[in-house]
Design a protein around this ligand. Structure first.
Ligand code: FAD
Length: 465
């Protein structure tokens, strides 16, 4: 008998679900360990078992069985979140959406797709290739759409095409009582009722299990131009971005990498970018319009001392550049092999971006930890990451100190403690400071109304903070 089977409530749930799920209900140590963590430094905690439903009806049965025996439920997508979101701190059932990976419907004429929550962003884009449409939200990891929605995630293209908040038209979710809530519609906009879609988007699995999403698609641009430009200082690079944003140039991507990140990318992805604060751009439009945007960006960068503005419409070159950007997590870990990457994520009003990034960089320079600053800076969003020794409390305390300084400044500037990674376990402590007591109480009231027993991803958003 496993330790899991020694808990009567869990045993009752497993016995109830076994006939339904068969070998898609797993309590082996390896599978529990895989679902006991995310991609972060947070200490893992094991679920008692992992369920792999294929349909919404199966999710309903799982939720009803857990509710009957007060067993917690933690939805699990690709497990790529970075703030401890998927860690079942109170055990229970991890509900993986891996087997809910069907693309239900693609409607290019309505610019939307209907998917099960386990569909990943790359899977959807591969399916869309022949349609001339794309799904634009691209976190570095090949995350599931249910996970991206639940963290209200974004990516390199969100400056132009919006975050997940802007790209979910509607969804279906199984709430804690086993009922299905359907939100939104296939229309681009609606003025009817409370906006339940956006209550579930960013809820981090604390209000229910999303079982289907209707997401927006965007036409693939006729012409795409990418560019890079290096600067003598972080300030010059970021001031160029601020001007670009304030001019309203609709760049598709505006990414900042400091010199530590560029050196890492060069080494890992075999590039030879000059090691200096760098901006990477992508412009979408007609051939003339994409080229015109690149020329305007080049002029703005030149005004701020930007050098070697190199732009190209070559698809292979562009592919290499963005693949390297998306592999930055692994490139950074390779700087000091064996260490973990602690990533802090904040977002500030665009006018405060230079000040904020420079302060974060200066904090790292004064610290004994190796760290870097990179970001989706067109949105005012950036990440500072620090390499820490696994399990080393001194390194963890120092990384926490640096991240807390960065968040504190962001909040003073009118920004937020997380632009895209979400709260998980790591950022809960900032909730009251960012939102105030009344707003936190309102969120807790919503949580109690939809999940009175507190079984959905307990210990996270809506229960603590
Ligand atoms: C290399 C790397 C790069 C990254 N880059 C970015 C980036 O650029 N932008 C960004 O936003 N994030 C980024 N991330 C973080 C991560 O990819 C995102 O948070 C992503 O949205 C998580 O999706 P997931 O499928 O992995 O979700 P998981 O990690 O499995 O889950 C995340 C949360 O969503 C909940 N959840 C998952 N599925 C469901 C569901 N069906 N119903 C209800 N709740 C659910 C979980 O309970 C959990 O609380 C990066 C991570 C890595 C490792």
């Amino acid at each position: 008998m496993t330790e899991t089977m020694e808990k009567p409530a869990v045993r009752a749930v497993l016995e109830a679900l076994q006939p339904l799920l068969g070998d898609r209900l797993v309590a082996t140590q390896a599978v529990r360990e895989h679902h006991g963590r995310d991609t972060s430094y947070h200490a893992p905690a094991l679920p008692d078992a992992v369920a792999f439903p294929r349909t919404e009806a199966e999710v309903q049965e799982i939720v009803r069985a857990c509710a009957a025996h007060d067993v917690p439920i933690v939805p699990f997508g690709a497990g790529s979140s970075v703030e401890g979101h998927t860690i079942p701190t109170r055990g229970g059932l991890s509900v993986s959406t891996r087997e809910m990976s069907a693309i239900v419907e693609v409607r290019p004429e309505d610019q939307l797709a209907v998917v099960q929550p386990g569909v990943t962003r790359k899977q959807l884009n591969t399916e869309l290739r022949a349609t001339g449409m794309m799904f634009s939200v691209d976190p570095g990891a090949d995350a599931s759409l249910g996970g991206i929605a639940s963290t209200r995630g974004s990516g390199t293209m969100s400056y132009r095409y919006g975050t997940m908040r802007d790209n979910v038209l509607g969804l279906r979710a199984v709430t804690a009582d086993g009922e299905v809530v359907k939100t939104g519609s296939r229309a681009r906009k609606s003025a009817t009722g409370y906006d339940l879609t956006h209550l579930f988007v960013g809820a981090e699995g604390t209000l229910g299990v999303i079982t289907e999403l209707t997401v927006r698609l965007h036409p693939v641009a006729e012409a795409i131009t990418s560019a890079s430009c290096t600067f003598g200082s972080v300030e010059d690079a970021v001031n160029s971005v601020i001007e670009l944003v304030q001019y309203g140039i609709p760049a598709a991507r505006v990414e900042f990498l400091d010199e530590v990140a560029i050196a890492a990318v060069n080494a890992y992805s075999k590039l030879d970018l000059p090691v200096a604060p760098t901006l990477l751009f992508e412009f979408h439009g007609t051939e003339d319009w994409a080229a015109e945007q690149a020329r305007i960006a080049e002029a703005i960068c030149a005004d701020h001392g930007g050098a070697g503005f190199a732009w190209s419409a070559d698809a292979d070159e562009r592919g290499r550049l963005w693949a390297a950007r998306h592999d930055l997590y692994f490139a950074t870990k390779a700087i000091e092999p064996g260490k973990e990457l602690y990533t802090g994520d904040i977002c500030v009003p665009i006018s405060r971006l230079a000040e904020s990034i420079m302060a974060a960089r200066a904090d790292i320079d004064r610290s004994y930890l190796t760290g870097q600053v990179v970001g989706h800076v067109g949105d005012g969003n950036y990440h500072a990451s620090y390499l820490i020794r696994p399990g080393n409390q001194e390194d963890l305390a120092e990384a926490n100190r640096l991240a807390d300084l960065m968040v504190g400044r962001a909040l003073e500037m009118g920004g937020t403690a997380s632009g895209e990674h979400g709260l998980g376990l790591g950022k809960l402590k900032f909730m009251r400071r960012e939102h105030g007591d009344a707003a936190v109480l309102a969120m807790q009231a919503i949580k109690r109304a939809l999940d009175p027993k507190g079984l959905m991803n307990p210990g996270k958003l809506g229960m603590a903070g």
